[in-house]
Write a protein that binds this ligand. Structure first.
Ligand code: ACO
Length: 388
């Protein structure tokens, strides 16, 4: 209630900004990464993403995000060794994954696996998240996914190889063969591109959970749940579904027109913060052109061009551009991953960003506890059940 009859507290309450979906609200201070939405720029710890993609390995970027600086060779070797030594899954985690039905979604299996890890690996995780725990968890996320991927096909999980880097080891554990450079190299670049992204929904979730002084596995379990939704990380397999449904370049216009006529969202377009092209989309487009089947790339490119034209026509002023998910689909498919492993593979990368944010949150913590705008009634009187 507001106006001349409202109390001071009520007036102060109504004066608070209430942007839909917290748009524009600053929820935390971070030195990790920032999305410059108007310019279409992404910066990790001072480095523009173009400085890192294709030059730094995923492990170098993980060190950068966790420690605030790029590693020297000894520090990088040490991190690689620690990640390699941390890939084994405790038996209760494997037993939990074995108990899941084969048709469970891999993101659900990951959420369950991270939670099971928190419940069963007490020597590794306690109530105070630190860098050792971040490494212990980031190393095990690919193992959880690969184990579930094999178990659902009736195959045994492959023991990890400590000598391999993250991209190689993940592919090795999924497919039980030495990964080829044409597969692991694009995957390594993909992991670099997706490692952090300002105050996105899943990162915010992780920070909220960490701010209650909960544990790291709880924070990352929550973040996996937030990432799963199609308005956040769940879009790339839907991009693949869309491209498969479109089927051929000849069908692009009709398919997109029908989708927009029926108010459907085109997956892989639009972003809360970017009002210019997502720089990661630009890099992934180049990678997709190199890595994917030429016919599939032509279909993707034509779909993108027509979607951008139609969105500009139908949603003038909305500034809807290609987002990271659109070409992630082509790149991850070319790496050999099935569609339902796309978002989980995003999580392999983002676990580094999430854990770095948790460490930043706990280093200078205050409980995150916002207000809500109360829009319900007050003053009702209880009636016993038989009198209602
Ligand atoms: N297709 C069609 N219309 C769209 C799209 C789209 N992909 N994205 C936004 N719009 C339209 C909306 O219909 C709305 O139009 P209206 O005001 O005329 O009703 C307007 O643009 C603004 O949309 P909002 O939902 O308010 O924008 P918001 O900032 O909340 O959403 C989001 C951003 C969720 C990413 C949105 O663009 C979307 O749904 N995209 C498709 C899903 C997708 O690609 N998700 C991956 C995001 S990237 C990531 O998180 C890693």
């Amino acid at each position: 209630m507001s106006g001349s009859n409202g109390t001071e507290a009520e007036i102060a309450d109504t004066a608070l900004p209430k942007p839909e979906g917290l748009e524009g609200v600053v929820a935390a201070a971070t030195a990790l990464s920032h999305v410059f939405g108007e310019e279409g720029r992404l910066v990790y710890r001072g480095y523009d993403i173009h400085e890192l993609a294709g030059k730094a390995s995923f492990e170098e970027v993980a060190f950068l995000l966790w420690n605030g600086r790029l590693p020297d060779r000894r520090q990088l070797d040490d991190l690689r060794q620690r990640l390699g030594a941390n890939r084994d899954l405790p038996e209760p985690v494997l037993a939990t994954l074995r108990a899941l039905p084969a048709d469970a979604a891999p993101m659900d299996a990951l959420r369950t696996g991270v939670s099971a890890l928190g419940a069963s690996a007490h020597g590794l995780f306690d109530e105070s998240p630190d860098l050792d725990e971040a490494i212990a968890l980031a190393a095990r996320v690919p193992s959880i996914l690969a184990a579930f991927f094999r178990l659902r096909q009736g195959q045994d999980p492959i023991p990890p190889r400590p000598d391999l880097n993250t991209a190689q080891s993940y592919l090795y554990q999924l497919f039980d063969r030495e990964p080829e450079p044409r597969h692991w190299r694009p995957l390594d670049v993909y992991l670099v591109l997706l490692a952090d992204h300002g105050m996105n929904a899943s990162t915010f979730t992780a920070r909220v959970i960490a701010s209650t002084q909960s544990d790291l596995c709880s924070a990352i379990t929550g973040a996996v749940g937030a990432l799963k939704g199609p308005l956040h990380g769940g879009a790339p397999s839907k991009v693949l579904d869309m491209l498969n449904e479109i089927g051929s370049v000849d069908n692009v216009e009709a398919w997109l027109t029908h989708a927009l006529d029926t108010n459907a969202r085109l997956m892989g377009f639009g972003h809360r913060v970017y009002k210019a092209e997502d720089p990661r989309a630009e890099i992934l487009r180049g990678m997709a052109e190199q890595a994917s089947d030429p016919a599939f790339f032509a279909l993707s490119k034509t779909t993108e061009e027509r979607a951008l034209a139609l969105l500009a026509e139908r949603k003038p002023g909305r500034r809807l551009y290609t987002n990271v998910e659109f070409y992630s689909a082509a790149v991850l498919a070319a790496v050999g991953l099935p569609g339902d492993m796309f978002t989980p593979t995003f999580a392999v990368s983002r676990t580094v960003g999430w854990t770095a944010h948790v460490l930043e949150q706990v280093a200078n913590n205050r409980l995150i506890r916002p207000q809500s705008e109360f829009v319900g009634p007050t003053g009702k009187h209880f009636a016993p059940i038989d009198a209602r």
